[in-house]
Design a protein. Structure first.
Length: 212
């Protein structure tokens, strides 16, 4: 038998004979995710932290619909005056596939709206302030794995953050100078698939089930 066919057959059988443990219809979910990323390049370090509380409802076995909020902060060591704050929220759907031994694979689709504000200050004989405000709306698809620590508590790990994403964003940048303000605006549509480099961004979550 061809090795590739054997592997596919074994995987199919593993899914077919997986444990009957499932996320039961009617359960309510209260949880949250924390994402952290640290990058270093050419002597510059960038830190990113995001916190996202969420609430969901299991509308069918192993299928969840919910809402989420989000706050994120980014800073760079090369320019300590540069800080970015992000606020947002949205709706999500998630589909779980039991793997056995309390493990699940899942796919999460999200529709989010975010407001970002990036501010930078410099002083070269005169004070210079650059203020950028961005409003964006988009969809993302994220794969992940989950583990039932108990019937009421579940841990999850998302990988390949924003594996697929598409959306629209509008930005307004204002340069505040001693001679007056100068403003510019940019509108873009974007779509793409991210790569393995996003494995450096750790995104973990915990969920508490009610009525399960």
């Amino acid at each position: 038998m061809h090795p590739k066919f054997t592997l596919v057959l074994a995987t199919t059988l593993a899914f077919a004979t997986a444990s009957k443990a499932q996320i039961s219809k009617g359960s309510a979910i209260l949880g949250g995710n924390v994402s952290f990323n640290h990058t270093s390049s050419s002597g510059s370090n960038t830190n990113y932290l995001a916190v996202s509380p969420n609430f969901g409802k299991v509308y069918s076995d192993n299928k969840v619909a919910g809402i989420s909020l989000r706050y994120a902060y980014r800073s760079a060591s090369v320019d300590k005056s540069l800080n970015t704050h992000s606020f947002g929220g949205g709706f999500y759907l998630a589909q779980y596939k039991p793997l056995g031994k309390n493990f699940y694979m899942f796919i999460r689709e999200s529709l989010n709206i975010n407001f970002d504000r990036e501010k930078r200050q410099q002083y070269n004989g005169e004070l210079y302030i650059q203020d950028t405000k961005t409003l964006s709306a988009g969809i993302t698809i994220n794969p992940g794995v989950a583990y039932d620590f108990s019937r009421k508590v579940q841990f999850e790990l998302l990988f390949l953050n924003d594996l697929i994403s598409a959306g629209y964003q509008t930005s307004k940048t204002t340069d505040k100078l001693s001679t007056g303000d100068v403003s510019g605006k940019q509108d873009i549509f974007y779509a793409g698939a991210n790569t393995l480099t996003n494995l450096t961004a750790l995104n973990v979550g915990v969920k508490v089930f009610f009525g399960r």
